[in-house]
Structures are given as C-alpha cells and as structure tokens.
Write a protein of this length. Structure first.
Length: 52
C-alpha cells in the first residue's frame, strides 16, 4: 500500500491492493487520515480517493 501511494498520485480505496478487501483498505485509509499520513481528496463519502 505504501509503495502504491508513493508511486501513484491517488488511490481509490476500492482498488485491489496486496490481497486486501475493500473494507480493510477503507479502514486502513481512515486510520492513515487520522494520523495525518494521507488526505482524502474527493470529499465524497461514498467514493473516496486518497493521496499524500
């Protein structure tokens, strides 16, 4: 996930990354947002895009 964040401008939480489910990716990104490591870029609750 970190490698993908560093190589791409933005990531959709529903992408299939490293065998993680959609739900686990959303929870991971929610935690990273709370820690200030990533930002949620879309501003939409149903379709979230994350980036550094």
């Amino acid at each position: 996930v970190v490698d993908r964040l560093l190589s791409d401008d933005a990531i959709v939480a529903s992408d299939k990354i490293a065998g993680m489910s959609d739900r686990s990716l959303r929870r991971l990104f929610d935690r990273l947002v709370k820690l200030g490591a990533v930002r949620e870029l879309s501003g939409r609750p149903a379709f979230r895009i994350y980036g550094i």
